[in-house]
Ligand binder design. Structure first.
Ligand SMILES: [Mg+2]
Length: 160
């Protein structure tokens, strides 16, 4: 079985979401500190700003290069399915080439991101040997992928 799949995260990886993270995360106590969810997190406003995310050009170039080299590029995001069209518009606007976009199902709305992605993996891929590598920013999710035996390129600290 060849490793023909590359999994790429969106928020904090292809998309720079820094401008909206303060709406839902506590401030960083010191550089690199874990950031907890705010008690007064404004999720509606957080999601309303998706279209304004800036692209991460180097990570987009990496995903596109893997796509053009013949790998299957699967985007795995914990964004809810109801934001599919704004997400697809953003991906198109910033020239991201990919094969599949997998999003959080409504029935998984209460699950932590890492459980959402684990379920996504089991549903869509199944065997770790099929994956060349994952690109991901969030430490907890990076740890999960590595714990499953996958190679994971971590592109930012992701301490939330
Ligand atoms: Mg992320």
């Amino acid at each position: 079985m060849s490793a023909s799949i590359v999994i790429v995260d969106i928020d904090g990886t292809l998309a720079n979401a820094d401008h909206r993270m303060p709406l839902v995360l506590e401030p960083e106590a010191y550089p690199g500190a874990h950031q907890a969810i705010r008690a007064d997190a404004d999720w509606d406003r957080f999601w309303s700003l998706l279209a304004e995310d800036l692209p991460e050009p180097a990570i987009i170039a990496l995903a596109n290069a893997m796509h053009d080299a013949g790998f299957r590029v699967l985007l795995f995001t914990a964004r809810p399915e109801r934001f599919r069209s704004v997400t697809e518009d953003w991906l198109k606007r910033h020239g991201i080439r990919f094969h599949e976009l997998h999003m959080r199902r409504e029935c998984d709305s209460d699950l932590h991101d890492l459980k959402v992605k684990r379920l996504m993996f089991e549903r869509v891929i199944g065997a770790p040997q099929r994956v060349a590598f994952v690109v991901e920013d969030r430490q907890a999710v990076v740890d999960m992928w590595r714990g499953m035996g996958l190679k994971c390129l971590q592109c930012a600290p992701g301490n939330h």
